[in-house]
Ligand binder design. Structure first.
Ligand code: HEM
Length: 403
């Protein structure tokens, strides 16, 4: 134990450094690995910015992810400071053993082998969207035309959403993930989506098809649990993958040498995707609540204390990744925590990898001269959301002035 005082920040920093949209807020690097910050209600909290400390917290069962124990780190309009326990099936915000029951049921359905079987279908979806972009002319908003629809259609495949419902489903999930949506719009979209998923669960029970949701109707999960598991898969899997595809493309456009690696060297794609995950760390924050007194980096975190985690700062810890602010696709970034760490480590990571490994190289090979269609300052970055990214990414290709 140490009695050395920790650095204190006046609040959780959120602003990205000027002109460096992919870098975490600068204040974070100055307080590695651990600092004190006030929570939204003014009470004292902890902030982890070091890689080893972030892994220690996320793999320690004495730190809980239960929804009702968490508190707001940043004030959020319309959000209460204390939340009720997660409803049955929303297992991300639960602890073992409750969490383990769902995770066991699902883990075997999201393995590397099963997700790789989806590769051909994902590549087809990717190619169809590139065809549509090409037909539409020499410019597009990459978010709407490519980054959003691909993960949505892949999830349709997993949940077994029939083709005729794809448009309605995509509309519902778009509203559900829209950071500009008001609380009312969000509530309506979530209700519609839950209604749709309830009908889908019952349809799968009556007539199972070849998909994960149908398989789950054969388990002991109730209708409510099934609807919530499906909602969690959507909540966790759509916006994340869409923003990785869009922000990853933006990062590559700003690093043409790295873009060329992704486009021209098939051997570099898998490692390159891991490096983009590390470099961008779009799931940039997290938090846990201490269930008992725990020593962390020589300091005593007290029972009930909230530990905020900056995954973005941890993934740029120079003790773990030399020259961490450099995007280097050949680095491969083994062990990054862009998909989290510990029991809650991303269930859908193999699926996300299949999608990203298909989406980046296919886009760059189809449009080798892909470029931004607006000045950099006009790319709308999402700085106030739990998932970092871009809301629109206007791109162009082909001869200048075409499209
Ligand atoms: C959990 C990131 C794609 C489903 C997580 C966590 C992170 C993450 C950081 C851990 C959260 C925590 O510890 O608090 C990402 C990123 C993705 C992605 C960056 C895309 C690039 C997906 C996809 C799916 C998915 C495609 C599903 C189809 C889940 C689920 C959990 C989770 C269900 C909760 C796991 C648990 O609590 O056991 N994800 N994810 N994710 N993710 Fe992902």
């Amino acid at each position: 134990m140490t009695t050395a005082p920790l650095p204190e920040l006046p609040e959780m920093p959120t602003a990205r450094p000027a002109g460096r949209p992919f870098a975490p807020p600068e204040e974070l690097a100055a307080v590695r690995p651990l600092a004190r910050i006030p929570l939204a209600d003014g009470s004292p909290g902890w902030l982890v910015t070091g890689f080893a400390a972030a892994r220690a917290v996320t793999s320690d069962p004495r730190f809980s992810n239960r929804m009702e124990l968490q508190r707001l780190v940043l004030p959020r309009a319309g959000m209460p400071d204390r939340m009720p326990p997660a409803p049955p099936g929303m297992f991300l915000q639960t602890d073992p053993p409750e969490h383990t029951r769902y995770r066991r049921l699902l883990a075997g359905r999201f393995t590397v082998r099963r997700m790789r079987l989806l590769t051909e279908g994902v590549e087809r979806t990717v190619a169809e969207h590139l065809d549509a972009m090409e037909r539409a002319g020499g410019t597009a908003d990459l978010v709407a035309a490519y980054a959003q629809p691909i993960p949505a259609l892949v999830i349709c495949e997993i949940l077994g959403v029939p083709t005729e419902d794809h448009d309605r489903f995509q509309e519902n999930t778009r509203a559900f993930n829209d950071p500009a949506a008001t609380a009312e719009e969000m509530g309506r979209a979530m209700q519609e989506l839950a209604g749709y998923l309830r009908d889908l669960v019952n349809a799968k029970r009556a007539a199972p098809t070849d998909d994960i949701l149908s398989e789950l109707t054969d388990s002991d999960l109730t209708e409510e649990e099934l609807v919530n598991v499906a909602t969690l898969l959507l909540g966790a899997g759509l916006d994340t993958t869409a923003n990785m595809i869009a922000l990853g493309t933006y990062a590559l456009l700003r690093h043409p040498d790295q873009l060329a690696v992704m486009r021209d060297d098939p051997e570099a794609v898998d490692g390159g995707v891991e490096e983009l995950m590390r470099y961008l760390s779009i799931a940039h924050t997290g938090q846990r609540a201490a269930l008992e007194d725990v020593e962390l980096e020589g300091h005593m975190v007290k029972e009930g204390d909230i530990v905020a985690l900056s995954m973005a700062a941890a993934n740029r810890d120079p003790e773990r990744f030399p020259d961490p602010d450099r995007l280097d696709l050949r680095r491969e970034a083994p062990g990054h925590i862009g998909f989290g760490h510990g029991v809650h480590q991303c269930l859908g990571q193999q699926l996300a990898r299949v999608e990203m490994r298909a989406a980046f190289p296919a886009l760059l090979r189809r449009f080798p001269d892909l470029r931004l269609a607006v000045p950099e300052e006009e790319v709308p970055l999402r700085s106030d959301s739990d998932i970092y990214g871009v809301d629109r990414l206007p791109v162009a290709w082909g001869p200048e002035g075409a499209g």
